[in-house]
Design a binder for this molecule. Structure first.
Ligand code: HMS
Length: 231
């Protein structure tokens, strides 16, 4: 087996395993979420098959596509969001992983079409800003990807609430994108609960900037293989 094939096999195993994290953190119902990873140095990505129950996913069921979303290797139909993920990889070269969920609290904010205000330190840390709302787009082609890129390019947040749909997150790799999806749901829930108690003020911009900088540059072990920091 070539080095490139070995690398793709490792990514298939990782992307497959990360779907279990979506279940573990309560981010998905039935088959309603997907994870992908860019194949470093290649115009390829690995993504899950469409509509296959998570318990039936194995590394061998993962699909390899090019960055136009055309299948290169795999025996199943790729995820319905393949074109959206591919669009993100084409237009955001720094992104190595993309995740989509319908996690309930964050999706409720997306249905309301309201950004989640940066009201708690955990949001300053991970998102460095409000979590923005992206445009409504139908599922199936690259339209969702266009909305993700238009909203997140130049934004600190690795998460976007696609209006009337759900959450898309990006990261330097697939694990970082899953982490952003976990944190997005956590803060969506907390800020929602806070709103039941009354108005929720946004943190001051200067404090948000300091929190975000500390989280990226000081927090944890500063070894991104072991720390949770960094997108
Ligand atoms: O958002 C949707 C449907 O609303 C899809 O992304 C979701 O059901 C997952 O679809 P796939 O199983 O990845 O094709």
């Amino acid at each position: 087996m070539s080095t490139a094939e070995t690398a793709i096999d490792a990514l298939k195993a990782q992307v497959c395993a990360l779907h279990a994290e979506l279940i573990r953190w309560g981010l998905v119902a039935w088959t309603s979420g997907n994870v992908s990873a860019r194949v470093p140095g290649r115009e390829l990505m690995v993504i899950k098959p469409s509509g296959v129950p998570y318990e039936d996913l194995t590394p061998d069921t993962m699909i390899v596509t090019d960055l136009e979303g055309e299948v290169v290797d795999g025996h199943h139909q790729p995820s319905s969001d393949t074109a959206a993920h591919a669009y993100v990889y084409r237009n955001m070269p720094e992104v190595g992983g993309v995740v989509h969920t319908h996690s309930p609290y964050a999706t409720a904010w997306s249905a309301a079409g309201e950004p989640i205000p940066c009201a708690i330190t955990a949001m300053g840390d991970e998102f460095g800003d409000d979590i923005p709302v992206g445009p409504f787009a139908l599922i199936g082609d690259h339209s969702i990807g266009e909305g993700i890129v238009a909203t997140l390019k130049g934004h600190r947040s690795p998460a976007v609430l696609m209006r009337g749909h759900g959450v898309f997150t990006i990261g330097k790799d697939a694990k970082a994108a899953v982490k952003a999806a976990v944190m997005c749901e956590d803060v969506a829930r907390t800020v929602h609960l806070a709103r039941q108690l009354g108005p929720v003020p946004r943190l001051g911009q200067d404090d948000i900037d300091k929190l975000h900088d500390r989280y990226r540059n000081v927090y944890g072990q500063q070894d991104t293989t072991t720390t949770g920091a960094g997108a």
